[in-house]
Design a protein around this ligand. Structure first.
Ligand code: GAR
Length: 207
């Protein structure tokens, strides 16, 4: 199996999807790390018998110092892949460079649309007819790395921020294990800034 470390800040429903699909994806989650002590995902990890680690960013004097400590903690598990699953921190270039080509993130929008926060609200406000979620490789550009897989949903007449968020989350739990499984099985790589599945370059922009 391919060893992975998952970083979370909150509920950890994506973490749960990854826990539940470890056999199918041929992965083993060797640690879960949260920057928030109250993150429910820590309980999910403990219930699955996975080491759950808290690294509070407030305990470090700078973003750089926190990222260095985080890197050390992650590397002590020697994972092949780092998976960001609702990890709500902006990462330093030293961190993103260190995991170049071996770190994935899931972002609740059809990137390159709506980078950053409050994606569902912003999609509604913009009058989008479609919305969705993107898994992408992580680079120093916030939510800007090469996209790997997207799921799209229609925006309905009476959608609210909450209803959209719920329907997008269902899709997240489907596509994240798919992307992680591709990587774990050697099918997904980052080549010259482009995601590559088997021998095929994936589209550079949202698709
Ligand atoms: C998910 O919707 C994920 O896409 C989003 O946070 C949520 C975490 O939920 N991530 C971001 O917004 C990253 N900028 P979860 O803790 O239940 O997996």
């Amino acid at each position: 199996a391919t060893d992975i470390v998952v970083l979370i800040s909150g509920s950890g429903s994506n973490l749960q999807a990854l826990i539940d699909t470890q056999a199918e994806t041929n992965t083993r989650i060797v640690a879960v790390i949260s920057n928030k002590p109250e993150a429910y995902g820590l309980i999910r990890a403990a219930q699955a018998g996975i080491p759950a680690v808290i690294l509070e960013h407030g305990q470090y004097e700078s973003r750089e110092a926190f990222d260095q400590a985080l890197m050390q903690e992650i590397d002590s598990y020697n994972p092949a892949l780092v998976v960001l699953a609702g990890f709500m921190r902006i990462l330093t270039p030293a961190f993103t460079d260190h995991y170049h080509g071996r770190m994935l993130n899931i972002h609740p929008s059809l990137l390159p649309k709506f980078k950053g926060l409050h994606t569902h609200r912003r999609a509604l406000e913009a009058g989008e007819q479609e919305h969705g979620v993107t898994v992408h490789f992580v680079t120093s550009e916030l939510d800007g790395g090469a996209p790997v897989i997207q799921a799209r949903i229609p925006v309905l007449e009476d959608d609210s921020e909450e209803s959209l968020q719920k329907r997008v989350l269902v899709q997240e739990h489907i596509i994240y294990p798919v992307a992680v499984g591709w990587f774990a099985n050697g099918r997904l790589t980052l080549q010259d800034g482009r995601a590559c599945l088997d021998s095929t370059l994936l589209p550079e922009q949202g698709f």
